[in-house]
Design a protein around this ligand. Structure first.
Ligand SMILES: [Zn+2]
Length: 202
């Protein structure tokens, strides 16, 4: 896997195959501070007849303006829409993999759509690949994914895990074939008590 991410900022040494990266999800307050530059105030509902735009812009303390940049990172990440893993996944990509920015496809089952070859989502990925010249893709699958729980009913968690890991491998192979030269990494997000641990898959 060495040199896989050569076209981007290098991965930190500690993120090597087989090594686990522990992540403690940020609190809602911490997240809030990261996303918004100022303290968030409770917004009041606009009174009947009041202009929505005027109300929003005049409401100090609720930021509505953010910096915009045309710069493209050429990175993309695909993971599940399960809210329990979203903050952790984004922080993992930014802090552990040192990806400052990335396009996202966040959908139930995450990269499972690649193995399942869901046309609409494969089409979306193609658009990102071509329009944003994507050169690096990170796939993350996670434990206790309801997409897989529904797909494999009455199946034990360890058995489902095997299916997920097989799907990740399959998705990796498929994307490498579809987009030759792309840099691709796959991870599995495991639940360990109150923590989420991202394990790199080979
Ligand atoms: Zn899921």
């Amino acid at each position: 896997m060495e040199g896989l991410f050569s076209g981007m900022e290098p991965l930190p040494e500690k993120v090597s195959s087989g090594e686990v990266i522990s992540h403690k999800a940020l609190s809602a307050k911490e997240q809030s501070n990261k996303i918004f530059s100022g303290e968030v105030q409770t917004a009041r509902r606009p009174a009947s007849g009041e202009l929505q735009g005027k109300s929003a812009s005049a409401h100090k303390g609720v930021p509505g303006e953010f910096a915009f940049s045309e710069d493209l990172s050429r990175n993309a990440a695909i993971f599940c829409s399960d809210e329990r893993f979203i903050d952790a996944s984004i922080t993992f990509l930014k802090n552990s993999l040192k990806l400052k920015k990335f396009d996202l496809i966040v959908t139930a089952g995450g990269p499972a759509f690649i193995t399942a070859d869901v046309p609409a989502l494969m089409g979306n990925l193609k658009i990102l690949k071509e329009e944003h010249d994507i050169s690096t893709i990170v796939l993350i699958s996670h434990e206790d994914c309801k997409y897989y729980c529904r797909k494999y009913v009455n199946t034990g968690r360890s058995e489902i895990l095997k299916y997920q890991q097989k799907d990740l491998q399959n998705a990796k192979g498929k994307l490498l074939k579809l987009y030759p030269g792309i840099k691709l990494e796959i991870y599995f997000a495991r639940i360990a008590g109150k923590q989420i641990i991202f394990e790199k898959q080979s």
